[in-house]
Design a protein. Structure first.
Ligand SMILES: [Zn+2]
Length: 350
């Protein structure tokens, strides 16, 4: 049991939220409070320790859109301070959720599964949401990181799956009698093996869609029509998924963004010399905690982090998690986790 002394302006509700405990559990631990709406500065409140929590996010093969939605619902119930809302919808009408953790002024954004066959990044982000929330609720540190402090200074926004339709396609979960599937089948040259598919459901590469030298990217890329990968679309932000993440980004004031991809164990941190000086300092720390390699420039434009660096001149990163052939097998999960957990935490801390 922790003892909390009420400060001016505090309500029982925001005390419960601050400690990440259920409001009713807080009331139950303070039976002397007759009217929860009337608490006084200086009054002493008992803060119950949350019960040992069950594990929600279980990394497993074919962890897809529905598994993510179910886990988000369970996480919201268990940790009521987590906020989940939608940033828009996919071509097929699936809602794209965003998760908010923390209540600080500083805003940080992470996203995963821009590319369909890189869906293991969704599981990594979901596991991070769970562990970050759990550490906050139980008042524990992760490594040397003070999670209470990070929650107070930072609002972390995570979009775990930018491309839900594509992930479902790669995992064989799109009904074969739908028009969307038949079109994808044609784009995939008639093959029902979609493991090489990175695009959204209609064959546009969402990470080639951003207004950052998009025309240059068009002339560089081989695909001039819908394709499993590398087709930038017929205009920047032509797709609902890329538009949703662009509008979401514009409606915030992110100090740093990281897009999680697979594979290569590399961190891309520059874009045409537009990145701020501190990007180099930050990537040095990300390398220290992960063992990944920092790469400044590649022959590529129109990516999400390119656009973020260009328009905001703030630190933007593409993190290529793991090593192997996409989709990476889930058996690699904990090995990858051990290296990216530091990247997740350091990006909030810096
Ligand atoms: Zn990728």
């Amino acid at each position: 049991m922790i003892i909390h002394t009420v400060k001016k302006g505090e309500t029982l509700y925001n005390i419960a939220k601050k400690y990440g405990i259920n409001f009713n559990a807080l009331l139950a631990a303070n039976s002397s409070i007759r009217n929860p709406a009337l608490i006084q500065p200086g009054q002493v409140i008992n803060i119950p320790r949350p019960a040992v929590q069950r594990t929600i996010v279980i990394p497993r093969e074919s962890y897809g859109y529905n598994e993510m939605l179910n886990d988000l619902q369970s996480l919201e119930e268990l940790y009521p301070f987590i906020e989940v809302n939608s940033i828009g919808s996919t071509v097929m009408g699936r809602s794209i959720p965003a998760v908010k953790l923390g209540h600080g002024k500083k805003e940080v954004h992470y996203n995963g599964s821009f590319h369909a066959n890189e869906w293991i990044t969704t599981v990594l982000l979901m596991k991070f949401i769970e562990n970050y929330a759990k550490a906050y609720a139980s008042g524990k540190k992760i490594g040397s990181f003070n999670i209470q402090g990070l929650f107070d200074t930072t609002s972390l926004w995570i979009v775990p799956m930018v491309n839900p339709d594509g992930v479902q396609l790669v995992q064989g979960k799109i009904a074969t009698n739908t028009k969307a599937y038949q079109t994808a089948l044609m784009i995939n040259s008639g093959s029902r093996d979609f493991r090489g598919w990175k695009a959204n459901i209609r064959g546009v590469d969402l990470n080639d869609q951003f207004p950052a030298h998009w025309e240059t990217e068009v002339s560089r890329r081989a695909a001039s029509a819908p394709s499993p990968q590398n087709y930038p679309g017929n205009a920047p932000l032509s797709e609902p998924e890329s538009r949703a993440i662009a509008e979401f980004t514009r409606s915030h004031n992110f100090r740093l963004v990281s897009a999680f991809h697979t594979q290569g164990e590399e961190i891309y941190w520059g874009y045409r010399g537009l990145e701020p000086n501190e990007s180099q300092l930050i990537v040095t720390r990300l390398v220290e905690v992960s063992g990944y390699e920092a790469v400044r420039y590649v022959e590529s434009d129109a990516g999400y982090k390119d656009w973020f660096i260009q328009d905001w001149r703030r630190p933007g990163f593409t993190v290529e998690c793991g090593l192997g052939v996409n989709p990476l097998p889930i058996a690699q999960f904990w090995d990858i986790w051990g290296k990216v957990i530091g990247i997740f935490l350091m990006g909030i801390y810096v």
